[in-house]
Design a protein around this ligand. Structure first.
Ligand code: ADP
Ligand code: ZN
Length: 832
């Protein structure tokens, strides 16, 4: 006893994946003290029965002020699996975005690392050899007999109290998987490779004899093709590439294989990660003088973050490439954040050319196993900084916002490409963080170099540059002196009056499309709605089919012959009889992508048309296949939603048509003009990226709208100036900080009462004029839950660290009031 007091008992604060406001404190048994470091996982008991995997945040010697002290059950890891810098990022996100550490942790850790007491394991289906270690082997053998096992089975079989460490070794070694992973059916995609049979490698005479065989010309052609592609005699080449290069059929390859000259084998497909380990496979691009200037300005900007404001097609990616090479040479890790990884195939290919062996792509469609692999790659790579060995993955990570929550240990540079994109902000669930803003924090507090890039930066970022807190770097010309496109409006009022509309196309647009195809160039048509028609309506009584669970009209999808709700998935067969008046004159109103494709078949029957929207790109590689096919000019016209506005680089597009610019301008949000400008400029930027000047036609009922005027004149600074003036006046970001509180409940009346009550409490706590609402949002009900919104506004001078705890207190008080217990409340700091 006395001994213990002298040594001093040790405690740890542990984050558990639950929405609990505070970290939990546990005592550490002395024999575990040595391994119990921050970032290590531990098993802890929460409540009466439940056990959770938690992560150690810190060690200390202050026992908890209240309650009985519990001891951790066991330590799972020998080394931290969460890096110190990631722990700091978690804490920042939880604090700034007003959520719990548990919520951040749950979003960050891949499921493979979140072992719970219910976890069950099985043998990895693709691994044939068991572990060598005796104790691990026992488990492996047993799993060959019984299919699955839980933690408790393991414990009793091995006669240990806490089998987590062993289980962990099995998981890390890849011998077993958890059942969750199995559900995701982990199957690596295979790719076929071809190589020269060893007999021929070792014997030139044999090979020459074959090559002299004149009768089998095609076969010889194939082998010659192999010889030119293979890096060394006997090296492997991709089957697909070989057949494409030599232009022979698969049958010829079979014949050559039958003769035993070439052999095929399969390997898991590695989509973009190169096999080499060299720093730079292809030499870095030579920059234009303007790009070169931008590069040195960015280099000189540090420690300030840089905002690379480069017009579309100015070659921002080329500049990034040099910055990445800098950082890798310094031995640092690099994070390249993109709005949506599924839409980035082109970019990834361009990066892979230079950094193949270093590149890890963090995909939002990854399964648990892939996520866990990337996690350890990033963790270990940082530790092993400087390189060595053949494995470099994890040095350069390309990913969406969630890639920020990987365990970097040596992060030197973060690039946020298309920094204006709203998808950098997470909406649901918590943590509702903004990846760009978290990156800015990393820059300010952890000395990470930050580069934000965009052709249409956010008003906030431009303002920060004006304040001297970010270095503005301009790139005002397109690469190769290509002109920015000519942008025109097509006046839909006039066109309708003059009966000059063909379906959704004005005469101007149709003529321009014909002309473009005649010039052997391609067309992109942008319409911000998928499906056939956004509304299904009765001509007789104006009845509109609506969702049963949401306050929105249902979208008609012709190919499925049904009406869908895009908010909750509710759907019905297309009604032919009006449920309101009994009439039969029901029909589609308005147009979506599907309808535009159909109309094109009527008005431009000779054009080859492809559609790009959520419905045509659901499968894993559909998007990149479409991009590739369009790039190779297998289609003349690409019809699509926002997807076509993002980062695509096609050489032959001569015309972009926007079918309706009006909907973009009609939103009530304070950011809608900024958004409209960005979206229109981005989609316009797909036109005329090389060769002759491109053209853009915006169809609109309001051709005199000031935002359209700015778009047509490429007048970004004019737009920002006007926006900043308006926002200063009405106190919106960047002059104010916003917190949006959403209340949801099935009963509208009760919800209204609760929202009023919360508004009153908040007004008392933070000041009358700072609380706006409650308001009914444009879509008042989603999935049977009614919504009310409160907006809190704080002038920029106010200190968030002061008012956030006050708000938190009010919210806690509110949600523990019996009357309001069932009202769901979410808090969104810096909403977008
Ligand atoms: P942005 O991202 O700014 O819209 P990109 O980086 O896509 O522009 O560049 C536009 C096009 O110009 C691409 O096809 C790119 O390969 C080409 N390009 C830009 N800079 C260079 C350069 N320095 N050398 C060769 N090609 C370049
Ligand atoms: Zn619905």
């Amino acid at each position: 006893m006395g001994d213990k007091a002298a040594r001093g008992e040790r405690f740890v604060d542990v984050a558990v994946p639950l929405a609990m406001p505070l970290a939990l404190t546990y005592a550490v048994p002395w024999e575990e003290e040595a391994s119990c470091a921050p970032g290590v996982r531990v098993l802890v008991q929460v409540g009466a029965r439940k056990q959770y995997t938690g992560v150690v945040l810190r060690l200390h010697d202050r026992p908890p002020a209240v309650g009985k002290v519990r001891t951790i059950e066991s330590v799972i890891d020998d080394e931290p699996v969460v890096s110190a810098s990631l722990l700091a990022t978690w804490a920042f996100i939880a604090g700034h975005y007003m959520c719990t550490l548990g919520e951040v942790m749950a979003a960050s850790l891949p499921a493979g690392l979140k072992l719970a007491s219910a976890t069950r394991i099985r043998r990895h289906p693709d691994v044939l050899e068991g572990p060598a270690d005796d104790r691990l082997r026992v488990v492996w053998e047993a799993l060959g007999v019984r299919e699955a096992m839980g933690l408790r089975d393991l414990a009793s079989m091995l006669d240990v109290k806490h089998p987590q460490r062993l289980l962990n070794q099995l998981l890390e070694g890849g011998w077993v998987i958890t059942e969750e992973e199995l559900d995701e059916r982990y199957k690596p995609k295979m790719e076929t490779w071809v190589r020269l049979h060893p007999d021929f490698v070792d014997n030139d005479a044999l090979l020459n004899a074959f090559l002299d065989d004149r009768r089998a010309l095609k076969q010889v052609q194939l082998v010659m093709g192999y010889l030119s592609l293979a890096e060394d005699l006997g090296g492997a080449v991709r089957r697909k590439q070989l057949l494409a290069k030599t232009d022979v059929s698969a049958g010829v390859l079979k014949a050559v294989e039958a003769k035993g000259v070439l052999t095929s084998f399969e390997e898991p497909l590695e989509p973009v990660v190169g096999k080499g380990g060299a720093l730079s496979r292809a030499p870095l691009p030579t920059l234009s003088p303007a790009q070169d200037r931008a590069l040195s300005e960015i280099r000189d900007a540090a420690p300030l973050p840089a905002l690379l404001h480069g017009v579309t097609g100015s070659g921002k990616t080329e500049v990034y490439t040099h910055l990445i090479a800098d950082a890798l040479e310094r031995g640092e890790q690099v994070l390249f954040l993109v709005p949506e990884i599924a839409l980035t195939a082109q970019l990834i290919q361009r990066l892979a050319v230079h950094f193949g062996g270093f590149l890890s792509v963090y995909h939002s469609r990854f399964n648990t196993r892939e996520r866990t692999d990337t996690w350890f790659e990033v963790l270990r790579q940082g530790r092993r900084s400087g390189g060595g060995g053949g494995q470099h993955g994890g040095r350069l990570v390309v990913g969406p916002r969630s890639a920020l929550m990987l365990p970097f240990t040596n992060l030197g540079l973060v690039i946020v490409d298309e920094e204006h994109e709203p998808s950098f902000k997470q909406h649901d669930p918590a943590p509702r963080y903004h990846a760009r803003d978290v990156t800015m924090w990393l820059g300010a507090k952890h000395g990470v170099r930050v580069v934000l890039g965009s052709a249409t930066p956010s008003v906030e970022s431009v303002w920060l540059a004006q304040q001297g807190r970010v270095k503005h770097v301009g790139l005002t010309e397109r690469y190769g002196g290509v002109m920015l496109p000519e942008i025109l409006c097509a006046d839909l009022r006039k066109a309708h009056k003059q009966r000059a509309m063909s379906g959704p196309f004005s005469r101007d647009l149709l003529l321009a499309m014909e002309e473009t195809l005649k010039e052997q160039r391609q067309v992109i048509l942008f319409i911000n709605r998928r499906g056939f028609a956004p509304v299904w309506m009765c001509e007789g009584c104006a009845y509109v089919s609506e969702c049963e669970r949401c306050d929105v009209p249902l979208t008609q999808h012709k190919w499925k012959d049904q009406l869908d709700c895009h908010h909750c998935g509710y759907h019905i067969p297309v009604p032919r009889v009006c449920p309101s008046c009994g009439g039969t004159a029901l029909g589609p109103k308005g147009a979506g992508t599907e309808r535009v494709v159909e109309d094109l078949a009527q008005y431009m029957p000779h054009a080859r048309v492809a559609r790009m929207d959520l419905d045509t790109t659901r499968s894993k590689n559909a998007h990149s296949r479409l991009v590739e096919a369009f790039g190779q000019r297998q289609f003349d016209v690409l019809v699509g939603t926002q997807m076509v506005t993002k980062g695509l680089d096609f050489a032959h597009v001569g015309l972009v048509g926007v079918l309706s610019a009006d909907r973009l301008l009609n939103h009530a949000d304070f950011r809608s003009f900024e958004r409209a400008y960005a979206m229109l400029t981005q989609v316009a930027g797909r036109s005329g990226r090389s060769g002759a000047r491109g053209k853009v036609i915006l169809q609109t009922f309001s051709p005199d709208h000031w935002v359209l005027d700015k778009v047509m004149r490429h007048d970004f600074s004019g737009l920002v100036e006007q926006e900043l003036r308006d926002r200063r006046e009405s106190l919106y970001p960047p002059y104010a900080r916003l917190i949006r509180i959403v209340l949801r409940h099935t009963d509208a009346q009760r919800l209204t009462q609760s929202a009023d009550a919360l508004a009153t409490m908040l007004r008392a706590a933070v000041g009358l004029e700072r609380v706006i609402g409650p308001e009914v949002p444009p879509i008042a009900r989603i999935n049977d839950l009614h919504h009310r919104v409160l907006l809190l506004k704080f002038e920029r001078k106010a200190v968030p660290a002061k008012y956030k705890p006050v708000i938190q207190q009010v919210l806690t008080q509110f949600s523990t009031t019996d009357k309001w217990k069932r009202i769901r409340v979410t808090v969104d700091v810096d909403p977008v």
